[in-house]
Design a protein around this ligand. Sequence first.
Ligand code: ADP
Length: 513
Amino acid sequence: MAQSSTPFSFAALKPSRLRVLMASSEAHPLIKTGGLADVASSLPAALRQLGHDARLVIPAYPRALRCVRKPKTRCTLEVPGCRSPVSIVEGLHPDHDLPIYLVDAPEHFAREGNPYIDLTGRDWGDNAERFMLFCRVIVQLAEGIAAIGWRPDVLHCNDWQTGLAPALLDDSPQSPVSIFTIHNLAYQGLFDRATFDRLNLPPSLWSVSGVEFHEQMSFIKGGIAFSDRVNTVSPTYAAEVRTARFGCGLDGLLSQIGHRFSGILNGIDRDVWNPASDPLIAQNYDINRFELKAENKRDIQREFGLARSEDAFLLGYIGRLVEQKGVDLILAILPELLRQEPKVQLLVLASGERQTEQALLRLAAAHPRQVGVFIGYDEQRAHRIEAGCDSFLMPSRFEPCGLNQIYSLRYGTPPIVHRTGGLADTVVGATPERLADGTANGFLFDEPSPESLMQAISEAMHLYREDPDGWRQLALTGMALNLGWEASAKQYVRLYNDAIADRQAPFSGMASR
Ligand code: ADP
């Protein structure tokens, strides 16, 4: 028989329009504690823009139920571990044409506020049960629920709260390919043996190749060990977590899974974060009207009661107050920074560890014309700070991707960042060479120490004061970058197709898992 001129390709078997179920414990603007929420909403929207049928599943927190458009109960399910039936409410994302399945189990999710911690700041005592239930419902959706009439080709899970779904699907004949994205390896969903027993999981999962992790059960390990592909949210973080320093005890497993593990940089929602049209800032501006940005500086100085000085170098910080973010480094250099002439000013929008909150508030009280602090979560203020500051601080000890430095680039507010994870992948430091070739967009420092941070801020101040044209070029370079989701969404589609091809290839796929 004559050989065909076109070799057989598994690509031919791939559905061109993929059905993707994105599973996440938060999604902006339904409920958000961090960058995961931005990704869980923007990525499926970008996949739909590329023509794929992406849908999202999240727990039906009260805020989420209030936020979706056209909510409608699609079915009720019996789920092991839940005394009452669980409803699936289908609605539409408030800003995108994106179907959302809300897992309505009031006993588990009908709680206002933060999805993971109670009002005293402690983890909800039943988090294992809550997210186990979420995983069991994800599994049912992934296998296809007749009343819904939709079955995904790809299940895309995110972070520990969804990690047991790929583990439970492992021996299911109906399972779609599974992708697991690590947004932060430091949060693993660890529980004791008694919890594992209580959750009625298959006993075989209690093993080194299962979800056992140093005599605890690890939700995140389920996602890593049982998914067809695993990725994290920047190439540099993907390399870092394979080392003992950043691997949080999982570096061995992440190295072992080899080519199944990769890094894909997050994008940002370019419509929500667009200084040219942002309705939340005092004055819109763009590359051609960069000088208008100054009005936002005056506005935010007024809002926080800072001295209304054009000359002051205004630094911003937005984020969670946890050790990871390195706010202690800012606190360590602040006395020296505040003594500088001409003046430096600092604006902080943050919440988290009580001690750090108190230290920041004390500084603001002591230096009301130079330091402004707002403790709490405030999306609108975040936009005004990004637009109003001259430069943005992100001294994170590690940073899987980071979004605020990308928002800063987009708003012409050059970021000053520690060279780690996604910060290293998005910020090009202002060295003489990079300034000369026009690729610099911010400032990088190598050690997460007060001295290195101070040195980087000094360099930034020097350029800001001594070379206004150079500073403007730096800001415009950041603003001109294409930081949207399209490129990353295409990389995810490639990842999905690779996983599907592996499954379809004889003698591979499952064996390599
Ligand atoms: P992480 O996910 O580790 O918290 P990221 O930089 O990836 O860090 O994402 C943080 C997201 O949460 C960004 O969109 C940021 O603007 C937002 N954010 C964090 N803290 C606050 C706050 N106090 N007020 C408003 N937005 C915040």
